[in-house]
Design a protein around this ligand. Structure first.
Ligand SMILES: [Zn+2]
Length: 241
């Protein structure tokens, strides 16, 4: 199967999985960098992730202009994706979501940190981007490249950033990796809140986070992917490198 067709199928599956695993609801999106042109990316038209079909996937320039819209309305917050691809040549897939359990950590100053091994993929530090710092009162949406670039700057070389009063953005080395980080960011947030209610938390040490990260590859990610595909009613494709 041509790489472009493969990635469009992966993207549809990723949307359904993110919906099934409660990372996205009617809002939120995932993109992938174009396999033939690193200056472009693929992202659905504005539609709830659980409804997305292959025909919804559009192509964009990094600054968010659709290549062949054919009447399809794009997401207002597509600039998040292009800004991340522009800043990070290593990033091949980006997720933006309003993952529910994560929201409290963006507004309280309580840091989200890996509480168990599955949460280690969020990395050593998850910064919180506050759109108000640079842009004042807005509708909170990342609706232009200036906002997208400001967010991408804060993500830096990391895997994710929370967005104050809004959600989170995740950057991965491929679609499955980005989904893996986003799912376990949501689960970690839920468990961390439960643990906070019980008392003092012993988080993973920096050394433990590094050790888990070294082991986080296709072996574990594809095991999760197969299970998530089944739960989402999608066929798992053979992975293309
Ligand atoms: Zn949003």
């Amino acid at each position: 199967m041509p790489k472009l067709d493969y990635l469009i199928e992966e993207l549809v599956t990723a949307n359904r999985i993110l919906a099934r695993e409660q990372v996205v609801d009617s809002f939120g999106h995932i993109s992938v960098r174009h396999p033939d042109n690193p200056q472009r990316y693929l992202l659905s038209r504005s539609r709830a992730p659980d409804c997305i079909e292959a025909s919804d996937i559009m192509e964009f320039t990094l600054d968010g202009n659709p290549i062949d819209a054919r009447g399809r309305a794009p997401y207002l917050e597509r600039f998040i994706h292009g800004a991340l691809y522009e800043a990070r040549p290593d990033v091949m897939s980006v997720i933006h979501n309003h993952s529910e359990s994560v929201i409290p950590f963006g507004v309280t100053g309580k840091k989200i940190k890996p509480i168990y091994h599955m949460g280690a993929s969020m990395g050593h530090d998850v910064p919180v981007w506050d759109s108000h710092d640079q842009f004042g009162d807005t509708a909170l949406l990342v609706e232009n490249m200036a906002m997208g670039r400001d967010l991408a700057k804060l993500v830096g070389a990391g895997a994710t950033a929370l967005m104050r009063g809004h959600g989170a953005t995740v950057a991965g080395r491929n679609i499955r990796h980005a989904v893996y980080i986003a799912v376990y960011l949501e689960v970690n947030a839920r468990l961390q809140k439960q643990a906070m209610d019980m008392g003092e938390i012993k988080f993973l040490t920096p050394g433990e986070i590094d050790k888990v990260a070294e082991r986080t590859g296709p072996y574990g990610i594809n095991r999760a992917w197969e299970n998530w595909c089944r739960r989402a009613g999608r066929t798992m494709q053979e992975e293309q490198g």
